[in-house]
Every structure is written in C-alpha cells, then in structure tokens.
Design a protein around this ligand. Structure first.
Ligand code: NAP
Length: 244
C-alpha cells in the first residue's frame, strides 16, 4: 500500500513520511513548493529505497483535489493511508480588521482539509479499506481570544472528521483525528512557553503507532488531553475574563 502526505514540507509531515517509508510503503509528498517536495522525496528514496514521488498541492485549490488524488494513485498506487498535515495559523491583526486573512486561515485549515478528505476517502471507500489521518490542534478544543480563527477552523475540522469516521466505519475506512499540542516546527518558532515542546519525530512515532492501533482521537503530547479537559470545564463567565 502507499501513503500520501499533504503539506510535506512540515517537519512533522516529513517525519511521518519517513516512518511509513521505513515500513516499505511507497510515498507521495505534496507541497506548494514542489522543488522542496522533490528534495524530500529524493532523500526518502536514498534512505529507504521506496518509491517516493513529489507533486504540487495547494489546499485552497479545492477544484483540483479529486483529479489530484487520481493522479497520485497513478503515480504510487492505491492509497492505503493519507495524512492531512498542512495548516496555517495566519497573521491576523489584533483588531481583526482584515477578514481576508481570517478567511484564508479557514480556507486552508477547514475547507481545504475537508475537500481533500472527501476526495481521498471516496477512493478508499470504493475499495473498502484505508486510513485517513487529519492533523488538528488542541486549539480547536476551546475558542480563545488569542487564536480563535485558527482554533475554530481546527475545531470544525475535528467535528468534520468525527462525522466522517462515523460514516466510513462500516465501509472499512478508518479516520484518525490528531490533536497536537506544542511541537517544535516553523509554526512554534520563537514560542516562549514553560509547557514542554515535543520533537516532530516523537509526534510522528506516536501518530504512526496510533494509526496501527486504529485510535480514533490522539492527543500528542498525551498530557494535552488533561490540560484541555480542565480548560473546557472553566465556565464561560470566568473564561472570558482570562487573557488566554
Ligand atoms: N507545531 C505545533 O505546535 C502544532 C500544534 C498544533 C497543530 N499543528 C498542526 O500540525 C500540522 C503541521 O504543522 P507544522 O507545525 O509542521 O507547521 P509548518 O512547518 O508551518 O507546516 C505547515 C505546512 O502546511 C503547509 N501549507 C500551509 N498552507 C498551505 C496551502 N494553502 N496548501 C498546501 N500546503 C499548505 C505548509 O507548506 P509551505 O511550506 O508551502 O508553507 C507546511 O508544509 C499543521 O496542521 C498544524 O496546524 C502544529
């Protein structure tokens, strides 16, 4: 079986691709920066000997997604697994004066992700097998003033995946939601926090192992499940007074 990793220039995505390649699976790496995707694919070919192919992919170009999935399957064979690893926190100013920036965050993290999920699982569903892994965020568990546009898009994506998992369960397709806490990538560059930040390789290992066990929802690092459990219980009238 083969795997497609969308958002392939992310360090987490690269580590995930490496894990599956080490198992001997053919890999398709999709990114906006095709030259970088090609370098990543070449590295995988050398290190693991698998068929690794790079291609162009833009989350917001939803019209291209069904054709893209067909082209990927031509290149690396039927997809046994697809990982939606792309994400964009955007740069939204404090006054939220520019809705275009907010819309882009929603388009990438929710609309683009749901569109690709539909295209990929349509094929898996026809075959009655496959795994879709959606990379979400603990930011989607509760709306906070500091990042609620990104959080709402990731939260909507988690809800979407929940319904998709429910629909596809009887068709042999597994859908796994990953809720990441802090991982050391471009997205968290310069982050000043006392909360431990995980390495991308650790996150990839946890995702790989959880997919094998057909876990429904993975929090990584795992302690984030407890943190978000507590955060979700804070009453709204107290929560809105906090500066989170
Ligand atoms: N790092 C964390 O602490 C953390 C926490 C929670 C969730 N996550 C999630 O983890 C995933 C990986 O992120 P990361 O931390 O590795 O950050 P990253 O390095 O910024 O990776 C984000 C990836 O998304 C791609 N991307 C953004 N917009 C895209 C678009 N329109 N079309 C196609 N690809 C697009 C980027 O491609 P380009 O190279 O072309 O920009 C990049 O490969 C994301 O879903 C993110 O939301 C990360």
């Amino acid at each position: 079986m083969s795997i497609a990793v969308f958002g392939g220039t992310s360090r987490i995505a690269r580590a995930i691709a490496q894990r599956w390649a080490e198992d001997g699976h053919a890999v398709w790496i999709g990114a906006r920066d095709v030259e970088e995707a090609e370098r990543i694919a070449a590295d995988l070919r050398v290190k693991t000997g698998v068929n690794a192919v790079a291609g162009s992919f833009d989350a917001v170009d939803v019209g291209s997604h069904p054709g893209l999935v067909a082209a990927i399957e031509e290149a690396v064979g039927p997809l046994g697994c697809a990982v939606l690893a792309f994400g964009d926190m955007g740069e939204i100013d404090e006054d939220h004066a520019d809705f275009a920036a907010a819309r882009r965050v929603i388009d990438v993290n929710f609309t683009g992700a749901a569109s690709l999920a539909e295209a990929v699982t349509a094929k898996m569903s026809e075959r009655g097998a496959g795994t879709l892994i959606g990379i979400g965020s603990v930011a989607g568990d509760r709306g906070r003033q500091s990042n609620y546009v990104y959080g709402s898009a990731k939260g909507a994506f988690a809800l979407y995946l929940q319904g998709l998992r429910n629909r596809l369960f009887k068709r042999g397709v597994h859908v796994m939601t990953v809720k990441l806490g802090f991982v050391d990538t471009r997205m968290t560059w310069g982050l000043d926090t006392k909360i431990p930040v995980a390495a991308p390789e650790q996150a990839a290992r946890a995702i790989h192992d959880a997919a094998a066990r057909r876990v429904d929802t993975l929090y990584y690092p795992p302690f984030w499940r407890a943190i978000m459990g507590v955060i979700k219980t804070i009453p709204e009238r107290a929560f809105k007074r906090l500066s989170l």
